[in-house]
Ligand binder design. Sequence first.
Ligand code: FES
Length: 116
Amino acid sequence: MQYVKVAKVGDFEQTHVRSYRLLARPVGVFKEPDGSFYAMEVGCKHENADLTQGRIEGNMVTCPWHGWQYDLKSGECLRGTTARLRRHGLKIEGEDIFVTLRPLPENGPESDGGAW
Ligand code: FES
């Protein structure tokens, strides 16, 4: 899997979520209360709105455009569709945060499914 550097750990001192555009799609990086990080697709499955711009309550987000709702941790769509948000791989080297260019395949993080 190809990783790209998107941020530094210090970028999350004042916030717990930021989004970045990878291959024209928004990808969110989330900082957990314990200091760990994960990355998730945040392009709404309806019309690709950036979900990090929506209302976030706990793990749930409401899309800012038409109100579909997702669990940002599991990727499950709670209202709107059966499609899920997919995880991206994330690794930290020193202060740098890297995420995979493409979402992880559903069947495991090490194989490159190739499909969106
Ligand atoms: S773009 Fe998210 S609900 Fe329409």
